[in-house]
Design a protein around this ligand. Structure first.
Ligand code: FE2
Ligand code: FE2
Length: 490
């Protein structure tokens, strides 16, 4: 996994308003949940409580404003794609509510790193888990501290007794909550095996217990505190199980691109991929070859290789509607020989828009579907343009022979545009060698630059150079020649 966004584009004012509204809504839910808790624990709602609510509202506005500022300054991607921001804020709110109400059972029921454990699997950038967990931990500490002041610590008398001990507990749970939130993204960075999550969960539980025992010995009433050893153990296991349940729900509800979902989408048992393999086997193999190029090119320029692979698998899915009209699925007969070039061009160019619609129908995310509509950009289909010119003495407008898609908006889309054309052109070569492939790639990339196809995807000249060199160094592995078998033709 890389630390780069799929696209560096800035957010619009509409997207910013959505994120501000989501932040405000989460703040309202949190403050009201804190108020309702006073009723739940039987605290009389007097003027002091209202003052407390006002304090909460103001301080939460500051904390949540901090989260929003963090996103605006260093995570423009989640503002430009508000589904991520809304998903993350939903996790923060769920985690806050869980902590708030579990603390009725015991203030030790703070699941360490709950927010981080969920977000680390939902976000492509690990700092999100760290920052959001930190903010949530501070908000929980703050609300419990205010609550303790309002109730003179009577809610927490059951454990240890008195506000003095409670302050220690509060400091303890905040330290392990923030500590676990920092450890989770650090330890799980680049780890995709589920066993890593379980091992880390076990370490956090153990660390919590050690810290708890140490704290118990520091306090004079340690014997009472030690009897609650098991609560710390139970709460340590909560993040693991909560992440297991909440993550798939969040991924599906918000249609997020995560490592888990990319693994699902690139599984050959996916209905669309199965259809492609059986109904358009030539296209299916072309997609696999493009994916091999796209993955290494994405790695070479610091983009997400797993997203590149998944997007390449589906880039030509629109060909499912007319597979026999595409060269790679033909064996002899070419139906374009019997139809007019203006009809041919219509069938061919439809595969980019049809693919986009099909992917949306199957609920694939915009990050993948957009590649289907962008991989040919608005370039002309020259073979039919030339054929049309050959059939008439008059003028033929080249714009009538262009794809009806749009130019790539992300670097991944740009990579797939290059890999797609390169794969097809190298395959069409009789005996591709380094020199000829290099010449071909220079021509393909130069042509796309001249047409302005990369103008909106932020691929720099250096990126294009790296992509070109990467394909040249890899094509031998993708289109390798086999040695002749003894007695065989090839
Ligand atoms: Fe295509
Ligand atoms: Fe293609």
């Amino acid at each position: 996994m890389t630390n780069n966004d799929y696209s560096i584009k800035k957010f619009t004012s509409k997207q910013l308003i959505i994120t501000i509204a989501a932040t405000a809504l989460c703040g309202l839910i949190m403050v009201w949940a804190s108020v309702i808790k006073y009723f739940v624990i039987g605290q009389p709602v007097n003027a002091g409580v209202w003052l407390c609510i006002l304090t909460l509202a103001l301080s939460f506005a500051v904390f949540l404003g901090g989260i929003l500022l963090f996103a605006i300054v260093s995570r423009t991607f989640i503002i430009a794609h508000p589904k991520y921001y809304i998903a993350f804020m939903t996790v923060v709110t769920i985690s806050f509510l869980a902590h708030l109400y579990l603390s009725i059972l015991s203030p030790l029921m703070i699941a360490p790193g709950l927010t981080a454990m969920i977000i680390v699997q939902l976000s492509r950038q690990k700092q999100d888990a760290l920052i959001l967990n930190l903010m949530e931990s501070v908000m929980v500490m703050w609300v419990l501290l205010l609550e303790s002041i309002m109730t003179d610590g009577e809610v927490f008398m059951a454990i240890g007794g008195g506000n003095g001990t409670y302050m220690w507990l509060l400091a303890f749970i905040t330290v392990i909550n923030i500590g676990a939130g920092a450890a989770i993204p650090l330890v799980l960075k680049n780890k995709t095996r589920r066993i890593n999550y379980i091992v880390l969960g076990g370490i956090i539980m153990l660390a919590s217990e050690i810290l708890y025992v140490l704290m118990s010995f520091i306090r004079p009433d340690s014997v009472t505190l030690l009897s609650y050893f098991w609560i710390v153990f139970v709460s340590g296991a909560i993040p693991l199980f909560a992440a297991l349940v909440i993550n798939p729900i969040m991924e599906s509800a918000f249609n997020l691109v995560t490592d888990n979902r990319l693994a699902e989408w690139t599984d050959s048992r996916q209905p669309l991929l199965r259809r492609l393999a059986t109904e358009a086997p030539g296209t299916y193999n072309h997609c696999l070859a493009v994916a091999n190029f796209a993955e290494i090119c994405a790695t070479a320029i610091g983009e997400d290789p797993y997203l590149a692979r998944a997007a390449a698998y589906y880039h030509d899915i629109g060909k499912l509607l007319n597979p026999s009209y595409f060269t790679e699925n033909q064996s002899g007969y070419n139906p374009h020989d019997d139809i007019l070039p203006e009809v041919s061009v219509e069938i061919i160019r439809k595969h980019s828009t049809d693919g986009y619609k099909l992917l949306k129908e199957y609920r694939l995310p915009e990050e993948i579907a957009s590649v289907a509509i962008e991989h040919h950009g608005t370039s002309p289909i020259k073979v039919f343009y030339e054929r049309a010119k050959g059939l008439t003495d008059g003028e033929v407008n080249i714009d009538d022979y262009r794809y009806h898609g749009r130019t790539p908006r992300s670097k991944i889309s740009g990579i797939i545009m290059i890999c797609d054309s390169s794969e097809a052109a190298i395959r069409a070569m009789d005996k591709p060698d380094g020199e000829r492939v290099e010449k071909l790639l220079r021509a393909i990339i130069g042509d796309r630059i001249a047409q302005g196809q990369f103008d909106e995807c932020k691929l720099s000249m250096l990126d294009l150079e790296v992509i070109r060199k990467t394909i040249i160094s890899a094509f031998g592995g993708v289109f390798h020649q086999r040695v002749k078998y003894p007695g065989g033709e090839k």
